[in-house]
Design a protein around this ligand. Sequence first.
Ligand SMILES: C[S@@+](CC[C@H](N)C(=O)[O-])C[C@H]1O[C@@H](n2cnc3c(N)ncnc32)[C@H](O)[C@@H]1O
Ligand SMILES: [Zn+2]
Length: 271
Amino acid sequence: MRQEAVSLLRCPICRGAFSLQGSSLVCGGRHCYDVARQGDVNLVPGRRETFYTKELFVSRAAAFEAGVYAPVVEAIGEAVRRYAPGDAPVMADAGCGEGYYTRSVCAGEPFVRIGFDLCKDAVRLAAKSDKGSTYFVGDLANIPLADHSVDVLLDVFTPANYAEFARVLRPGGVLVKLSPREGYLRQLREAAKDHLRHAQYEGGRVEEYARQRMTVLEERAISYTLPVGQELVRHLARMTPMLAGVPVEALDLSGVTEITIDETMVVGRFE
Ligand SMILES: C[S@@+](CC[C@H](N)C(=O)[O-])C[C@H]1O[C@@H](n2cnc3c(N)ncnc32)[C@H](O)[C@@H]1O
Ligand SMILES: [Zn+2]
């Protein structure tokens, strides 16, 4: 748990500020949360199951490690540099999963990095592999961060809560939201089409919703197709919620030799 992040965190129950006492975060209302040996902390009292499993995040990590999403990181980084003001801006990654974007966007540059997700396993994976950021289990619907504490908020393929995003962003702060377009992983959807109700993916709705809720500063498509080997194809099939419900291990993916990444990035501000 990094000290500079402790002052930004707020108790999800009473919204009180925290102090770090031994290995616990304790708020003014005496709510107490243990910081794990790995450095992460669970700020969602009670147990919440999500559709996302540890295996899915291990496969996401493998696909990220292979560089499939490196151009996306580059595009996000360019936008972040354009809009993040001042020294050591605070970058928070909402629904960070195993932390790829938290640790990779503008890597090596002086940001205060925070990642949170509802999935405990994902947060633990993130905390284990990245000591440069602060990770916690947190809910988008009740983000345990102080009002106006964040300069750049990332939301990559994750549900949005615009009221909470507007609350935690500083005046002038930006939301960078990524969502899939029609071509995203189309080769996998094609290979699984007998198991899918809608093999065609219709993008556009997420962006439309975003445009209605914030002032859009820029919007761009990030699209490319890469050659991929069989092992990587398997990881991509396991990592994507687009194949939810599909018996992925039984799929014949031998014909999939390339993969299309097709995303929209919207950067916006709440006035
Ligand atoms: C498709 S994954 C994307 C994860 C990560 N941004 C990435 O690109 O690898 C969506 C993530 O949203 C998280 N999520 C879903 N609902 C959430 C909520 N209410 N609060 C926080 N995270 C949530 C899930 O646990 C999951 O990690
Ligand atoms: Zn409290």
